[in-house]
Design a protein around this ligand. Structure first.
Ligand SMILES: NC(=O)c1ccc[n+]([C@@H]2O[C@H](COP(=O)([O-])OP(=O)(O)OC[C@H]3O[C@@H](n4cnc5c(N)ncnc54)[C@H](OP(=O)(O)O)[C@@H]3O)[C@@H](O)[C@H]2O)c1
Length: 277
């Protein structure tokens, strides 16, 4: 367990969910300070209470944020910046899956807005605090998705397929994390991808029965993912490791498409344009 001098602050989005909650538990157990970011305020209060029932309560904070809404993300980032002059890390772990196409008031498809755009915006807004806390780490939770992006229809307005649109957001997470690694070279901020394996959670509750059935049978509890993520966030041997893909604690690879720097750059620049509208 870290001494007070090693105590740093980690922001965990989706901190009320299965994997985010287990990650926060892992970090708090290692003596760290954690800020849980999620949408539902009641669940945030419950998660904080469950995580820190005793003296560690002052090490767990919550910041409500709707990642699907840029204004909410900017406001949450301002709160996070004012509460923490330096950050040890950011774990983008929030995600949503919906069966039907839903559009945010800004005109973004809900999964793209939440899983990708909100993550990119929050990270960008927190980068000065991450640099100030360097060596610091961004660990994006994703999957080895092979779904390519359709840059002519990022908002899935033509022939919406929920699994395809969701898969594209998981590819977007990979492209984002690798691009961030390149953009952060030399700043002491690293960026890696974490794949937790199949974990039982409510994320795919609107998915077709076959997907839910598979996740129910193959899925494990979130604890191994949470402790592996905490290791990835804290282990000193990983200070200089960036742009890598991990399945739990094991380095792995994602699809060649996600490794294409031209696609990574195109997604980042297009996303910046969408957020600037
Ligand atoms: N489970 C798996 O097998 C698996 C496999 C590979 C990758 N992953 C990835 O792991 C991550 C976590 O998944 P999980 O299985 O732990 O899912 P989960 O239990 O459903 O957690 C999702 C989290 O995202 C938050 N969230 C959803 N919409 C939000 C919004 N608009 N604004 C802010 N927060 C929002 C939820 O918060 P609220 O309480 O506010 O709803 C919740 O904390 C996801 O990125 C997922 O793609 C999961």
């Amino acid at each position: 367990v870290a001494g007070v001098r090693d105590r740093r602050t980690f922001v965990v989005t989706g901190g009320t969910g299965a994997i985010g909650g287990a990650t926060a538990t892992g970090l708090v157990r290692q003596g760290q300070r954690v800020v849980l970011v999620a949408h539902d305020e009641r669940r945030l209060t419950e998660a904080r209470r469950a995580l820190a029932p005793g003296p560690e309560a002052d090490r767990v904070q919550t910041v409500p944020c709707d990642l699907a809404r840029p204004e909410s993300v900017r406001a949450a980032a301002a709160t996070l910046r004012s509460g923490s002059p330096t950050l040890g890390g950011l774990v983008p772990c929030a995600a949503v899956f919906v069966r039907t196409r839903r559009e945010t008031p800004e005109g973004f498809e809900l999964m793209f807005a939440t899983n990708h755009l909100g993550t990119l915006l929050l990270t960008r807004e927190l980068l000065p605090r991450l640099s100030a806390g360097a060596p610091s780490r961004v660990i994006t939770v994703s999957a080895p998705s092979t779904t390519p992006l359709d840059f002519t229809d990022l908002q899935s307005s033509r022939g919406f397929s929920p699994l395809r649109a969701f898969g594209a957001t998981k590819t977007a997470n990979l492209l984002f994390a690798y691009e961030l690694a390149r953009r952060s070279e030399g700043t002491g901020v690293t960026s890696n991808v974490f794949f937790p394996g199949v974990v039982r959670s409510k994320l795919m509750r609107e998915a077709p029965a076959i997907v839910r059935g598979f996740a129910g049978l193959a899925g494990r509890g979130p604890e191994p993912a949470g402790s592996a993520l905490a290791w990835l966030a804290l282990d000193p041997s990983l200070d200089d490791v960036s742009g890598k893909f991990y399945k739990l604690r094991t380095p792995g690879e994602s699809a060649p498409y996600s490794r294409d720097p031209a696609v990574q750059r195109e997604l980042w620049e297009t996303s910046e344009m969408l957020l600037a509208r």
